[in-house]
Design a protein around this ligand. Structure first.
Ligand code: GEM
Ligand code: ZN
Length: 382
C-alpha cells in the first residue's frame, strides 16, 4: 500500500499576499508567478504561505515571470526570505536564470512563508501607531484617507509652537518597500526611551511621521502603486483626490505646518547598499543645501556602518530634477534639506549578514541612527 503524500497548499489571500499558483503538484518544481499591481503593469513583490511541506525534504519553487518584473535585473544576487513563524525571517538559496527566479527550502516544518522582503503587516502598523500615541508621547495630528478609505495617520511629537524645527519622515509610498515601515518602527521605539541625547529633539523640534503612505498598495501586495494604479512618488506635482489622495493629504499638511528637514523612506531592488538621493538637480539648489546634504551623509557614516556614500543613484544634472518625486518637490518648495533614503532588498554589502541579508531589525536600527543624525544637524538647518 502506498501512502499518498499531502499535496502542497499555497495561499496568498492575506494582508500583503501576492502569488499565482501555476502548478504545485511537483514539490521539486513548484511553478508560481507574481501578480501585477492593480491597474498597473508593475510587479516584483511576492508573499505567500505553503502548507504540506515534508520536513527533511528539499522543496523547490520557481517564479516563472520574474524576468518580466519591473526591476528584472535586480534578481541577480538576490535571495528570497522564508519564515516558519512570521517572526524569524532568513534567506534561502536562490538563483535567477534570466527568466525565472528559483529558490529552495530544506524544510524543518510543514508550514512556511516566503516573501520578497520581511513583511510589515497592517496589524503591526496599528500597534506602531498605538505605541507612538501611548508610549512615545506623540499625538495623532491628522488622518488622511487612501483611495480605498484606509487611514493614513500623521503623528507629531512636539507642540507646534512657532520657532521649532519641523522634521518630517514619510514611508512606503511604494507599498512593496516594507523596510520603510520597519525604519519608522525604529524611530518610534527610540522615542520610548528618553535620554539626554533626545533633549534637543524634545526642546526644539516638531517631529512629523507618516509611517505608511500607501496602505492600500501594501495590503494588496503591490510593488509600486496605490489602488488607483498611480506611483505616488511621481504624483507630487499633480496629486488629486481621486487618484492620489495619499500624497494630496501629506502636501496639505506640509503646507499647513512647514518643513525644515524631509526624509522619504524607500527600498531599492537592485543596489546592495544603504544610500541616499538628494536635490542636486533642483532649480533652487544652493550651496547651503549642498553643504547640509554632505554634512548629513558624513555624519550618518560616522553613526553607522550600515550607510555608505560610494554606491547609489547617479546625480541629477543641474536643473534637471524630476519635481514629481517627493524628495525633490519638498526640497524645492521649502528650500530645506531633503533626502530619499534607500535600503536594500538584498543586503548592505559593506556589512553583510548572510543569514538574514537586510531585514526589519536592521531597518529599525537605521531609523534610530538617522534620527540621531537629524538631531546632530539641527543647529545648521536654517
Ligand atoms: C526612487 S527615487 C529615484 C531617484 N532617482 C535619482 N536618480 N535620484 C523612485 O521613486 O524611483 C525611490 C524608490 O523607489 O526607491
Ligand atoms: Zn520606492
Amino acid at each position: 500500500m502506498t501512502l499518498a503524500l499531502p499535496s502542497l497548499d499555497i495561499r496568498a489571500d492575506f494582508d500583503s499576499g501576492n502569488i499565482q499558483v501555476i502548478d504545485a503538484s511537483d514539490r521539486q518544481h513548484v511553478r508560481l508567478a507574481i501578480r501585477p499591481d492593480t491597474k498597473s503593469q508593475h510587479f516584483q513583490w511576492f508573499h505567500f504561505k505553503v502548507s504540506g511541506l515534508i520536513p527533511g525534504e528539499v522543496h523547490r519553487f520557481v517564479l516563472e515571470n520574474a524576468g518580466a518584473s519591473t526591476f528584472s535585473r535586480a534578481w541577480q544576487g538576490y535571495q528570497a526570505v522564508a519564515s516558519y513563524d512570521q517572526q524569524d525571517w532568513f534567506r534561502v538559496p536562490s538563483h535567477f536564470d534570466g527568466k525565472a527566479l528559483h529558490f529552495e527550502l530544506s524544510s524543518t516544518q510543514p508550514d512556511a512563508w516566503f516573501a520578497y522582503f520581511e513583511p510589515y503587516s497592517r496589524t503591526r502598523h496599528e500597534r506602531l501607531v498605538s505605541d507612538a500615541l501611548n508610549k512615545a508621547g506623540m499625538q495623532l495630528l491628522a488622518v488622511g484617507r487612501s483611495v480605498e478609505g484606509r487611514d493614513i495617520p500623521l503623528l507629531r511629537l512636539g507642540n507646534g509652537q512657532p520657532g521649532r524645527r519641523k522634521l518630517w519622515f514619510i514611508a512606503q509610498q511604494h507599498p512593496g518597500e516594507h523596510m520603510a515601515e520597519w525604519f519608522m518602527e525604529g524611530i518610534v521605539e527610540r522615542l520610548q526611551h528618553s535620554d539626554p541625547a533626545l533633549a534637543p529633539l524634545l526642546a526644539e523640534v516638531d517631529l512629523y511621521l507618516v509611517p505608511n503612505v500607501n496602505p492600500d498598495g501594501a495590503f494588496h501586495g503591490h510593488l509600486r502603486t496605490n489602488a488607483a494604479g498611480r506611483d505616488l512618488n511621481r504624483a507630487w506635482q499633480d496629486a488629486d483626490a481621486e487618484t492620489a489622495p495619499e500624497v494630496l493629504f501629506i502636501m496639505q499638511q506640509m503646507e499647513k505646518y512647514g518643513v525644515d528637514l524631509f526624509i522619504d523612506v524607500h527600498g531599492d531592488e537592485e543596489i546592495p547598499h544603504v544610500f541616499t538621493a538628494a536635490c542636486e538637480g533642483n532649480p533652487g539648489y544652493t550651496p547651503r543645501i549642498a553643504q547640509l546634504e554632505q554634512q548629513f551623509r558624513d555624519w550618518l557614516c560616522e553613526q553607522t556602518q550600515d550607510f555608505q556614500q560610494v554606491h547609489g543613484y547617479g546625480r541629477s544634472q543641474p536643473g534637471q530634477a524630476n519635481l514629481n518625486l517627493a524628495c525633490n518637490s519638498v526640497g524645492e518648495t521649502f528650500d530645506c534639506l531633503s533626502f530619499t533614503l534607500e535600503m536594500p532588498f538584498k543586503d548592505h554589502d559593506d556589512a553583510p549578514n548572510p543569514r538574514t541579508g537586510w531585514n526589519g531589525a536592521r531597518s529599525a536600527q537605521l531609523g534610530k541612527d538617522v534620527l540621531a543624525t537629524c538631531i546632530r544637524i539641527l543647529p545648521q538647518l536654517r
